[in-house]
Design a protein around this ligand. Structure first.
Ligand SMILES: [Zn+2]
Length: 337
């Protein structure tokens, strides 16, 4: 492994996108191997003999020539992340809540446009075997495992034939989002063990999101307890090892990455962008879907892994504020005359 580079991982820039705890954290310091960063930033099939990144002891790094890769394996894979889907209630996570109507609009559009949702096993086969991606491949993920998903999201996904990966806080099943409650935000119920078993049997995939949603870059966090125990919790519940992990708060450093790689094949950040076969499988990027996302926003997120419109809207908001200040200054001057 090459030298270690420090990377300031900017969380989603809009304050609307950040949970209150993440706001307190601001940006997370992320330590990743320099070579990994270079590989994730050069997503191309033009360069020969690249190494597919791997931190799994059971999976030695895979050197592949582009001549051995079918063009379809060189595609870019967007990953969407939703949080809560359900009605907005007072005191609850407005910024992370997508209404049931908006969610169904998104899913209907994805189905009509021909998108195919990949499972963790599909992503692993793509990386390890160089299996071509479907033309409109994407991964649909949900963080935290809110109970409302069973009512407002899973039935819609079933109706349109989509799978999804839902990341559970394994020590809180059937409880509430205690990690947000301590930060003063509202309460949501989480999926129960029975609901997880029921929906796993109906084709929803589950992954881990820690045992208590602790920040894995916090020195006081017991990494083995949060990561390996979350894997064994879910294995006990489902009867098989789950393949994927999502970093709570999106926070990851080298120690967290190594711990996660011991127990999971794939791990997802909240860093925006698209993934290629060269992207580190334990630093996969995701685009966060916002409550107000139109189909155009969704299209941008799938095409680029982020959303240009967010920046345009931010700039418009700043301009509007500046104009309001100018107007009020003008009024003050005319009063002073
Ligand atoms: Zn979370």
């Amino acid at each position: 492994m090459g030298g270690v580079a420090m990377l300031k991982l900017a969380r989603q820039t809009s304050s609307e996108t950040i949970s209150s705890r993440a706001l307190a954290v601001g940006v997370a310091s992320v330590m990743v191997p320099a070579g990994t960063l270079l590989r994730s930033r050069t997503p191309t099939c033009r360069r020969a003999d690249q190494t597919v990144a791997s931190h799994r002891a059971s999976e030695p790094a895979l050197a592949r020539s582009v001549r051995q890769l079918e063009p379809g394996a060189c595609g870019r894979l967007p990953v969407l992340v939703y949080h809560h889907v359900g009605p907005r209630r007072d005191g609850t996570h407005r910024s992370l809540t997508v209404s049931p109507a908006a969610f169904e609009r998104h899913v209907r559009w994805l189905a009509r446009t021909g998108f195919e949702a990949l499972s963790s096993a599909d992503v692993i086969d793509w990386r390890r075997l160089g299996r071509p991606l479907p033309r409109r491949a994407f991964v649909l993920t949900f963080d935290d495992g809110y109970a409302d998903l069973a009512r407002f999201a899973f039935p819609v996904l079933r109706r349109y034939g989509f799978g999804a990966i839902v990341f559970l806080v394994s020590g809180r099943l059937g409880g509430t989002n205690a990690w947000d409650e301590v930060a003063g935000s509202g309460t949501h119920r989480l999926l129960s063990a029975n609901q997880v078993r029921e929906w796993a049997a109906k084709g929803i995939e589950f992954g881990a999101h820690g045992r208590t949603h602790a920040d894995l870059t916090d020195r006081s966090t017991d990494l083995a307890e949060e990561v390996e125990r979350s894997a064994t919790d879910l294995e006990g519940l489902l009867g098989y090892r789950t393949r994927s992990f999502a970093y709570p708060w999106g926070a990851v450093d080298e120690a967290a990455l190594q711990e996660v790689a011991r127990s999971f094949d794939l791990a997802f950040t909240v860093r925006p962008g698209l993934n290629t076969i060269w992207t580190d499988p334990h630093l996969l990027r995701r685009a966060m879907v916002q409550p107000g996302d139109t189909l155009l926003d969704l299209r941008f997120r799938l095409l680029t892994g982020s959303n240009l419109l967010d920046r345009v809207r931010g700039a418009i908001r700043v301009r509007t504020r500046i104009r309001a200040v100018h107007r009020s200054l003008g009024r003050q001057r005319s009063h002073a005359r």
